[in-house]
Each structure stands twice: as C-alpha cells, then as structure tokens.
Design a protein around this ligand. Structure first.
Ligand code: 7TS
Length: 403
C-alpha cells in the first residue's frame, strides 16, 4: 500500500491546490474501486435476499461494520450504526436518547465551538422538553478550561455534547476529562468526531464516549455514509429514530416489534456501496498510519504559519503551534472580506472556504462574523502551501490597498 498523492485521482487530474479538506476530503483510488466493485460484483439488497448475491452484499456490508468497529475500538459490532453522516448520527441521538431521557428543568451542555450539527439537535431537545441549553465557552486561543466545565456540570446535566476537534480552530479538546466529569453526575457524553477521525486514532473506550459520530467523506471515504457509535447498554433501551422496513422483527396491523441492534436504527435500504467504500478508506488510513499523516500535516501547517507570520495583516485564529491545528488554519485579513479572499484565491487556483463554517456562535464569541479557512491533508504538498502564501501576499494590493 502506498501513501501518496498519486493515490488520489482528482488531485493528479487537476492543478488546483485543494485546501478545503475539512469540508470534504479527496478519495483514494481504492475507495473508488471498492464502490464500483460492489455495484459490479455484489449488488443486491443486503440483509433481505437468501440468494448468493444478496448474501455477498450482506457480508460486504457487515465486514464494513466490523472495520468501523475496529477503527473506533468499540467493544461490539452492534454498537456501530450506519447513517448518512455526522449530522444524521447526532440527530439520531438527540431524537431517540435526548427526547426520551431529558425532562423539563434538566440541562444539556454543549461547547461554544460546536458545528451547527452538534448544536441545533440539542436546541430542539431543549425546546421540546423544557430543558435548558448551557454553553462551555473556550478561551480566546480555543483551549477549554476544565475548571469552567466542572462548574457547569451539575446533577441537572443529562447530556454533554462536544466536538473532539473544532472545524474552525483545529484544536483537540480534552474529551476524556470532560467525559469523566459528565459521568460523575450520570450524564452521557456525546462526541462529534467529524474532524478528529481524519487526523488521529479515535478510541471510544479510551475517550469515555457514550456516543460518537463521524462522516465517511471526511476520512477519505464516500459521501452519504457515516456512522454512530453508541454504548450497547444505552442503544438497547433507546426507541427507534426512523421507522419502516428492515428495522422490525414483526409487524401487525396495530404495531411492531423492533429488530435487534444495530438494525433497529437502520430503517430502509442501507447504503451498502458507501459502507464498502468507507471500509476501503479505513484500510487506507490504517495502513498509511496516523503518525505519518500527522507529521506531514504538522510540517505543512508549520510552513503555512511561518509564511503567514511574515504578513502582519493576516490573523490566525486559535493556537500559534502548528501541532495544535489538525491541518486547519482559519484566518482574517485586515480590510478584506473573507468572500473576497476566497474568490481571489480561487482565481489563482487555490481552493479554501470562507464564511461562518457552520459555527456561527463560535465566530460571534470570538468577534469575527466571517473568516477564511485553509484546511490541509497529508496529501497536500509544499507547493500547495506556497501557492496559498503567494496568493495571500498579493491580496491587499489586489484589493486596492497599494504595496
Ligand atoms: N461536525 C463537525 C465538527 C464538522 O466539521 C462537520 C462538517 C459536521 C459536524 C457535519 O458533517 P456532515 O458530514 O454531517 O455534513 N464540517 C464542514 C466544514 O467545516 N465545512 O463543510 C462542512
């Protein structure tokens, strides 16, 4: 197995410096092949037919579940539920666990840096139950002060939901410590792993996560497939989120008994090809090795931060240490709107993202309505970074500020 930019056909077929990996990553050839192979060689509706093709499809789907179990170090395969993405995984927890366990007067605690996907579902739970939503505010460099968390967690706290890595700041949050504080009062810990799973080994047992969500498309896998890890004892008692085919044991005119885990939470025809593609992505990442990926990403971020430091009109959010960015560099440029930054960079063939990054409360808290964000992956090159820096160095001049 190689570990190389050449594994990524889109990157080889374009001269764009693709620096929007936090939005979605590129896929290696093995992922594209795995999806294609499924449709060419094993396509049938999994879990239904008793003929060999359907059995092959079922096996491929279940092998993918086992791969996700290993990827997250979950104890049991039944703890892995396939969903469309992180957003759907968190909604499953909010609708199923949240609405049945949270009561008026209880509290749900989230951090100020949550992506809207890990905020709106909890707003919904609080609205519908009469519970109160509270916020853990980070420090200005993006770090979390555990003393503040400790003060906010009380016997009224039923759910603590936090991202392991912010999609704006890129900093790793102290999930294990927060989970321990949550468990002390009997609350459950919901972890958004959308931005951590592409960059580091994520171990749900070591983290003390009761639930953890992630998206396939950010870990070099296909779009439209994601997963939720849930602790067996919790999932077992939770009501279904979506109902219909495939999630039942038996149905009468009046009602139904539900299937065992994990099928109780997988209503309708599954995305088997997506799961098979995700399996290939997990194999790719595990063979590439997070340590090597991390070293590449830190070196690229360090190069970018050094270049940016020479441009005093650019301000980077979060830590000033390259190893605390998970490839993410969010910044503002004095006098230039992030949308202008992004358009000018696009005209130079550099793809970055501008806007609120679906984290509006965080940006408001940090005092920026909008920012620009470059997010790097291990397959980016020094040349990609240098193109970013070259384009940035011309920005103010091109906006009419003079040399
Ligand atoms: N949580 C975090 C921390 C994220 O960064 C994202 C997507 C999501 C949840 C939602 O993931 P989805 O796959 O369900 O859409 N973040 C971004 C981003 O930063 N730019 O585009 C999508």
């Amino acid at each position: 197995m190689t570990f190389d930019r050449r594994d990524f056909p889109l990157l080889m077929g374009t001269d764009i410096a693709y620096l929007d990996n936090a939005a979605t990553a590129q896929r290696p050839q093995c992922v594209l092949d795995a999806e294609k192979d499924f449709y060419e060689k094993a396509n049938a509706n999994p879990l239904r037919g008793l003929y060999p093709l359907s059995i092959a499809a079922t096996e491929a789907y279940e092998e993918a579940r086992e791969a996700v179990r290993g990827f997250l170090n979950a104890k049991r395969k039944e703890e892995i539920i396939f969903t469309r993405n992180t957003t759907e995984s968190i909604n499953l927890v909010a609708y199923s666990y949240g609405l049945s366990h949270v009561k008026a007067g209880d509290e749900v605690l989230v951090s100020i840096m949550e992506h809207h996907s890990n905020l709106l579902p909890w707003q919904m739970v609080c609205r519908q139950t009469g519970a109160v939503l509270r916020f853990i505010e980070c420090e200005m460099d993006g770090s979390i002060d555990l003393n503040k968390v400790e003060q906010l967690i009380t016997p009224r706290t039923k759910i603590v939901a936090m991202t392991q890595v912010s999609n704006v700041l890129g900093r790793v949050n102290p999930i294990r410590e927060v989970a321990d504080l949550a468990h002390r009062v009997g609350a459950v810990m919901v972890v958004d792993g959308a931005q951590s799973t592409p960059h580091m080994p994520v171990d749900v047992q070591a983290l003390g996560a009761d639930f953890l969500a992630f998206s396939g498309h950010k870990v070099y896998g296909p779009m439209g497939i994601g997963a939720l890890y849930g602790r067996y004892e919790l999932l077992e008692k939770m009501p279904p989120f979506l109902t219909g085919g495939e999630m039942i044991e038996s149905v009468t005119r009046e009602g139904a008994t539900y299937a065992e885990l994990p099928y109780k939470f997988e209503a309708g025809t599954c995305n088997a090809a997506g799961a098979v593609g995700l399996h290939a992505a997990i194999d790719y990442v595990e063979q590439a090795g997070f340590q090597r990926m991390h070293e590449r990403e830190v070196a690229l971020v360090a190069r970018a931060l050094t270049g940016i430091q020479a441009m005093p009109w650019i301000h980077v959010l979060g830590s000033d240490k390259a190893e605390e960015h998970s490839g993410i560099i969010t910044f503002t440029v004095d006098g230039v709107h992030p949308h202008d930054i992004s358009e000018i960079l696009a005209s130079d063939g550099v793809a970055i993202r501008a806007g609120h990054h679906c984290a509006q409360p965080l940006l408001k808290y940090l005092g920026h309505p909008s920012t620009a964000r470059a997010s790097l992956a291990f397959y980016n090159t020094e040349e990609d970074v240098d193109r970013l820096l070259a384009s940035l160095s011309t920005l103010r001049e091109r906006m009419g500020y003079g040399k």
